[in-house]
Design a protein around this ligand. Structure first.
Ligand code: GLA
Length: 387
């Protein structure tokens, strides 16, 4: 990204670019631990080296102005009218963050921001969490608010839950806001505490493959899965009254009490969460001891569990991942993110990447009729100020 170019676009939108600051916020990919975050479990994501950039500054008065080269619509909102408006489209994500910061007791003023990103939209690489953190860190810095980073992460999640109305967990905002180059984040979503784990792939790279399937009905299916998990927990509580989330329940406790779950779908959803949580913990110790092949096997199990028990993959992700599994030089591959379309992540020998793109691409297109995209991902830092 050429920041000078972004500053020129800012000037075109707002007249000049005096006194501006610039910020970057990454996308994220989750290595393992899917749908465990809102169940008080563990996740293992990392921030990507691509993401969203912003040029921003204070302005007098109490109007906030939002513009982007990714979206044609420019939006303005006064600070006393920060409400969700469907016609404000993408800018609702930024308005919501300003709203939550004010609700948390901080003072904001007039503001202008221009953003441009290179995260494929709607691909499940957290383009929305990326712009939320971008806005939060820009406001915090420009208005000198001194809010801690984890607090900003929580405010961004609150904004997405309550202002935008998407009931997501905390993984995406945490990964974007707290990422560290060369490391994955082992995050305990119950206590909201993390450990950075060096990601030493020993001559291999993370390759993200995009199904390019539009993620229709994702939000309603996501909320449905949440409700099924909550239902399973409420029934398990009959014998496990101390469990406040599925993440509190061990495999042994689950196996001893799973007969309490009367709904077969809720049973399968809960089984996915319980075993996925154990896989995350095991993955962390495998990566620490450099056992990549064993980690690759857990990626396969995680995909199968998302396919068979959580039923959130779909023919496109299944085809993409199956093609990856049979391609030489692949240590592991699975779907990543919410599911129902979006992306898969694979660990591929560096010298096998070109062949991987060709073989997986051709195999997927033959089966599904769509052309996938591939991104070779480096693991970067969480949201930061450029100047
Ligand atoms: C989406 C949500 C996250 C998480 C994942 C699934 O990305 O935003 O909170 O639940 O799905 O792991």
């Amino acid at each position: 990204m050429d920041i000078k170019d972004l500053q020129s676009k800012f000037a075109q939108a707002y007249g000049d670019n005096y006194d501006t600051s610039a910020f970057f916020s990454p996308g994220r990919v989750n290595l393992i631990g899917e749908h465990t975050d809102y169940n008080g479990g563990y996740v293992f994501p990392c921030a990507l080296s691509f993401g969203t950039y912003a040029v921003a500054r204070k302005r007098s008065g109490n109007v906030m102005k939002f513009a982007s080269s990714n979206f044609s619509k420019k939006v303005e909102a006064s600070l006393d009218d920060l409400v969700f408006k469907p016609e404000d489209d993408w800018a609702n994500y930024l308005k919501g963050v300003a709203y939550e910061i004010i609700q948390a007791g901080h003072e904001l003023g007039g503001f202008e921001i221009f953003i441009e990103g290179n995260i494929p939209n709607g691909a499940g690489l957290s383009s929305s969490a990326s712009i939320e953190l971008l806005m939060a860190v820009a406001l915090d810095s420009i208005f000198g608010l001194g809010i801690g980073r984890v607090e900003l992460v929580k405010l961004c999640q609150k904004s997405e839950n309550e202002f935008v109305g998407l009931n997501c967990g905390i993984m995406d905002q945490y990964a974007c806001g707290m990422g560290k180059a060369g490391h994955a984040i082992f995050l305990d979503c119950k206590t909201i505490t993390h450990e950075y784990v060096p990601l030493d792939l020993k001559g291999r790279k993370l390759v993200i493959a995009n199904t390019n399937k539009r993620r229709g009905l994702t939000d309603s299916k996501y909320n449905e899965r949440r409700a099924e998990c909550e239902f399973a927990l409420s029934q398990l509580n009959a014998n496990l009254p101390g469990a406040t989330c599925l993440g509190d329940i061990s495999i042994e406790e689950f196996e001893a009490n799973s007969g309490l779950i009367t709904n077969p779908l809720a049973f399968k959803r809960a089984r996915h969460i319980i075993y996925e949580d154990a896989r995350v913990k095991k993955s962390v110790s495998l990566l620490k001891s450099g056992e990549l092949l064993a980690f690759g096997e857990l990626m396969r199990q995680a995909h199968e569990s998302m396919r068979d028990d959580f039923e959130a993959t779909g023919p496109e992700l299944d085809a993409l991942v199956e093609e990856a599994w049979k391609t030489p030089g692949v240590v592991g591959a699975r779907m990543t993110g919410a599911g129902f379309g979006g992306c898969a992540v694979a660990i591929v020998d560096e010298d096998a990447i070109e062949n991987f793109k060709k073989e997986v691409g051709e195999g997927y297109t033959k089966r599904i009729g769509l052309v996938p995209d591939f991104y070779v991902a480096d693991v970067g830092d969480g949201t930061y100020k450029l100047f």
